[in-house]
Design a protein around this ligand. Sequence first.
Ligand code: B3K
Ligand code: ZN
Length: 878
Amino acid sequence: AHVIHRHDYQAPTYWIATVDLTLDLDPAKTLVTSKLAVKRNANQPHGPLVLHGEELTPLRVMIDGEPVSFRQDGNELTIDAPDRDFELVIRNTCCPEKNTALSGLYTSGGGFFTQCEAEGFRRITYFLDRPDVMAVYTVTLRADKTKYPVLLSNGNLLEQGDLDGGKHFAKWHDPFPKPSYLFAVVAADLVAREQRIRTRSGKDHLLQVFVRRGDLDKTEHAMNSLIASIVWDEARFGLPLDLERFMIVGVSDFNMGAMENKGLNIFNTSALLASPATATDADFQRIEAIVAHEYFHNWTGNRVTCRDWFQLSLKEGLTVFRDREFSMDMAGSPSARAVQRIQQVRALRAVQFPEDAGSMAHPVRPDSYVEINNFYTATVYEKGAEVVGLYQTLLGREGFAKGLKLYFERHDGQAVTCDDFAQAMADANPGSQLASQLDLFKRWYSQPGTPRVTARGQYDAESHRYTLRLSQHNGKGELPQLIPVRMGLLGPEGQALPLQWEGELASHGSETVLLLEQTEQAFHFVNVLVEPTPSLLRGFSAPVLLDDGLSDAQLLNLLQHDSDAFNRWEASQRLALNRILGAVRAGQPLVLDAAYLDAMRAVLRHPQLDAAFKAEALRLPEAAYLAEQLQVVDPQAIHTAVEAAWTQIAQALRADWEWAFEAHQVSGGYRPSAEDAGRRALANLALSLLVRASTLSGEPVWPGKAYQRVKDADNMTERFGALAALVSAHAPLADAALAHFHAQFAHDALVIDKWFMLQARAPERDGKVFERVKKLLQHPDFTLKNPNRARSLLVQFCNFNPGAFHRADAGGYVLWADQVAHLDAINPQAASRLARAMDRWATLAEPFRGAAKVALQRLAERSTLSNDVREIVTKALE
Ligand code: B3K
Ligand code: ZN
C-alpha cells in the first residue's frame, strides 16, 4: 500500500482561485461541469497538472476553450498544462445511487447529499483535492423540482427558478475561499425550522435546520444549541458568525456525527434530532456538543484550515477543546462542570488510552498514513483537545485567548500547521513557561503513547518538610514531556494545607501547578505541620497515567474531603479499580470489603453532593481502562470481577438504592437541564441495581416496576433506563419489555438503533448476549447499509462489549472477521471502525490471543480489502 509521509509535503504546482460548478443531478448519472481558474504556483517548477478523481467518468477537458488530451491512470487525471494561468473546463459524470461508501455525492432517503472530508470531492469531479488549495465556489444545481424541491450549497443563494421538463435550478455563491473538503450540496424533499437572529455586531442572520417532513418537531433543541453556540463564541472568544445564512441539514445515512461544510453543516440525524419522547439526556447533551462543535469549526477549521491532513488535530483538537469549554459553561455550576470533565476523562481512558497503547498508536500529529480516514481518531480529537487544554493550563484563560486572537490575526484565510498554532500561543505570551519551553511542549504533538507519571511523597515530621518526587516514563525512545500537575495537600481531617515552597517566606494558597519537565524532579514544601495526603493531577491536568501509590486511607480522605471534585471522583474510581484488579491479578473471586461499601454508601447518601456527581462516583471504571492496567489481559476475568462488584454493590446497598430511586424522581415536564439529568442518571443507576439484586433473589417487585416504566414513562431517558435495567440484569421480563419497546418505536429508526445497541452492549451471561447478537444480524430491521444501524449492533458488540466479544471458542472473532469483510464491500470507512476492535489483541491472554491472531490473518488474506481496512489489519499484525 502507498504510505504518505508528513515530511514529503510540497506545495502544489498550480493553485485554483475560483470554481464554477454545475451539477445536473440524477441518481444514476449526474453530470458535472467544472470551470476552474487555474494559477501557476511560481514557487514550484513547471510540470503537468495532476488532478485527483475517483469512480468518475471523464467526458472532456478544455483549456482556454480548446479541447486538450488527458491521461487517466488509476485515481489520477494528468493534463499537460501550460506554464501560466489558464481556464480549465472539465465535464464528467458520477453515479450517486451506487455510492454506498457515503463519501462524495450519494443518495439517501430519496435525496442527494455530499460528504467531502477528507477526500470525497474527488468522487464528484477531478480536482486538486487537498486542503491547501483554497478557492471561491459558485455552484449551480439542476434537478427535478418535485423530487428535490430544496437545492442547497455553501454560501448565499444568488438565483433560483424553474427549467423545462419539471426541473428547477438554484445558484449559490460562497464568498469565502475554502478547501474542497468543505464543499457541500443537498438536493432533497426537506422542510426547515427557521430563526432570524441579530448578533452583537448588529448584523442579521438566517438560521435554518432542514430535516424530513415528519421530523420538524425534533429540531428545537438543535436550533437552541446553535443559537447558544453563536452567542458563546462571540462572548468567550470574540468570534462572530460571518455568514448571512447558516444551514444545518439532517441525513440518516452518514459515516460520522456531522460535518462542518462552510455555511451548510450536514448532520447525521442521530446527532441532530431530539424530542423528550425519543432522545435521552445523553442524546440531548451530545447534540448540543456536536452542533456547537460544527459551528465552532466555522473559525477553527474553516476560516483557518489545515495545510495537509497530518495537521488534522489543528482543527479537531482545538474544536473539541472549544466545544468542551462550551459544554462546561452551559452546564453551569462547578459541580456540573466537574461532571463534564469526569465524562471526558472516562471516554479518554476507555478509548484513547487503549488506542495509544495499541497497534494504531500515533502522535497527535501523525507522521504517516495510508488512508487518512483512519486517522480521525480519539488521539487526534480527544488527546488533541487535551493538548490544547494544556496551553490554557500553562497560560491561563486570558493568555490562551490572546494566543487564539494572534492565531487569527496571522492566519485568517490560510491553510496552516500545528506549529503555526503553537507559535502564535507562545508569541502572544512572551515570558511564559510555554514561550521558553516551546520545543519541549511540542513533544505532545510528535510523541505517541500515554506518559506514565509516578509520584511519591516523603514527610519529615521533625522538620515539617514534605518532598514530592515526580518521575515520568515515556515510550521506548521517547523523551520527557512537559506535564503540568495541578495539586494540593490535605491534612488528616481533610483540611486544605497552605503550600509554601522551600526558601519562601509565605504560602501561596492551597493549590498550585507543578511543571514536570524532566524524567525526575523533586518538589519541596515547608511548614507542613501534619503528614499530608497529596491530591495530584486535579481536574486531570494532563493526559497521563498516574501512579501515586496512595493507600486506601488516603484515597478515602480524598473521596470525602478534596476541594477538587474531579479528584474526589478519581478517588472513588481508584478504590474500585484497586479491588477489581486485585481480584483479577490474584485469580480470586472479588469480595468487596465493608470499608469500600461504606464509603460508597456515604457518597450515595451525602447531603451536599449533586446527583450527577454521585452517579459518576458510584459507577465502576470501564473494562477497557481496567484492561490498560494489566500486562496480560483476560477479558473474561475482568468481566467476572466487574459483574461481581456490581452485584455486591447492588445487594449491600439495597436499602440505599431504594431510597435513592424514590428520592431522585423528577416531577413536572421533561427538561434536559444538567440538574434534572443528574437526578435521572442516579435514579436510573438505582433502578438498574435494584432490578439486578431482585432478579438474583427472584423478587418480582423491582423488575415489575421497571417493566411498568418501559410502558408508561413520559420520556426516553426513564424509559430506556428501565429497559436497560431489565436487559442488563437478564431479568425474565426483559424480552417482553424489548418487544414492547420495539413495537412502540418501530417507525423511528434512531430509537430502533438504541434497541439494537442495548442488546449488543448487555453484560454477557452464559453466552446469551452473543447468541442474541447473532440472531439480531438476521433481524428484518438490521442492515449493513445504514452506518447507524451497523454501528449499533456490530461496533457496540465488538468494540465495546469485551465480556461478550472475547470468547474462548473464538466465536466473536469469527463474527467480527465476517462482518468486517461484508461491510467493507459496502462502506470501507464504517468497516475500518469495526476492524479496530482488534487493536489490542496482542496483550490478550491465551486462548484469546491465538484465536484473535487467526481471525486477523484470515481477514488479511482476503484480496479485496479496501485500503482503509487493510491498513488497520496490517498494523495489527505488524
Ligand atoms: N470534520 C468532520 C469529520 C470528517 C471525517 C472524515 N472521515 C466532523 C468533525 O470533526 O466535525
Ligand atoms: Zn471536528
